[in-house]
Design a protein around this ligand. Structure first.
Ligand code: ADP
Ligand code: MG
Length: 307
């Protein structure tokens, strides 16, 4: 697998999920945590890596989760997390070397001991971001439902809205997939996930959808609906929560609402659509834990999350 590029011989055993889109604010970090928590709840051994060493949103999200779990005295599953060290010298080469070493060390530490590695990438074109894209078994690209965001993937005809070409991010992914194919012959499963969908049907929603369907055939990606625009996704961050955590007041720190339930349903639908491989051992761990919890008469949503 692509990390063969990093440590030459050993094949990477963990499934690598990369969250990528050159546009900031598209929902990468939010989706990354939801995927990681869903997999943890399914008994998988999950490692997470934050490549956005400047903003560190993914890292802060996970730190918030740890802190809230302690404060509220509730058990919130946590991944093994790494944040790459940022190179801050004046030399670009020295910075890249430092960041590469940090990323490589994180991968080496988890690749044979975890089932899945979820990597969140920054919203700009960096060396590590490209490297991560060429390692992805599954590449998840959340995309805000707007033409401004569509623009990083494809170009449209001004009059007809027909797709006329591919844009810079799509070209970068094409090259990353080509490199990946050269290494082990595998094709990255690229899934473009429409995020912050309006709950109303609009002309914009339809046109963006049509453009994505057309582009998906050209670029071989899968095009799935993700999360609707909901306030609960924003409210989750300070406590490190996800729509998959127990919907009770102790865990949420607030009364559960219908929006929490609907959000959970759409997260489960997304996780099913991603079709990530689950290790059998992990499934058994989740089932055993669910049984233990039911014996202890405590609420838990475990393997039904992505079964
Ligand atoms: N479905 C959604 N509904 C409402 N707000 C969302 C949704 N998804 C993400 N957000 C919010 O949008 C902002 C950007 O999301 P984030 O996951 O940090 O994006 P990225 O990592 O791509 O920069 C955050 O404030 C986040 O809470
Ligand atoms: Mg982010």
């Amino acid at each position: 697998m692509a990390l063969a590029t990093i440590n030459n011989e050993k094949p990477l055993s963990a499934h690598v999920v990369v969250l990528g889109n050159e546009k900031g604010g598209s929902g990468k970090s939010t989706t990354a945590l939801h995927i990681a928590v869903a997999l943890l709840k399914a008994g998988q051994r999950v490692a997470t890596i934050d490549l956005d060493a400047r903003q560190k949103s993914f890292t802060h999200y996970i730190e918030n989760r740890r802190a809230w779990g302690e404060r509220a005295r509730v058990k919130l599953e946590l991944p093994t997390h790494y944040c790459v060290t940022r190179g801050e010298s004046v030399s670009l080469d020295a910075n890249e070397a430092k960041e590469f070493a940090s990323f490589s060390a994180a991968i080496s530490a988890v690749e044979h001991t975890h089932d899945v590695v979820v990597i969140d990438s920054p919203g700009n074109d960096t060396y590590l971001m490209r490297l991560a894209h060429s390692m992805a078994d599954t590449l998840v690209t959340p995309l805000n439902d707007s033409f401004v965001d569509f623009d990083v993937l494809g170009q449209l005809d001004h009059a007809t809205f027909a797709v006329t070409g591919e844009s810079h991010y799509a070209e970068m992914v094409r090259e990353a997939r080509r490199q990946r194919r050269l290494v082990d012959g595998c094709l990255t499963d690229w899934v473009v996930v429409r995020n912050r969908l309006s709950m109303l049907n609009s002309r914009n929603k339809k046109l963006v959808g049509d453009g994505l369907t057309e582009l998906s055939k050209r670029m071989s990606f899968r095009n799935v609906d993700g999360f609707a625009e909901r306030m609960v996704y924003r409210e989750f961050f300070p406590r490190g929560l996800t729509a998959l955590d127990d919907l009770d007041e102790t865990v949420l720190g607030t009364k559960p609402s219908l929006s929490h339930i609907t959000a959970r349903e759409e997260v489960v639908t997304l996780l099913n659509a991603l079709n990530l491989p689950l290790s059998e051992n992990g499934k058994r761990r989740a089932a055993a834990r669910a049984e233990w919890y039911s014996v202890m008469n405590q609420p838990l949503q475990v393997h039904d999350v992505i079964a």
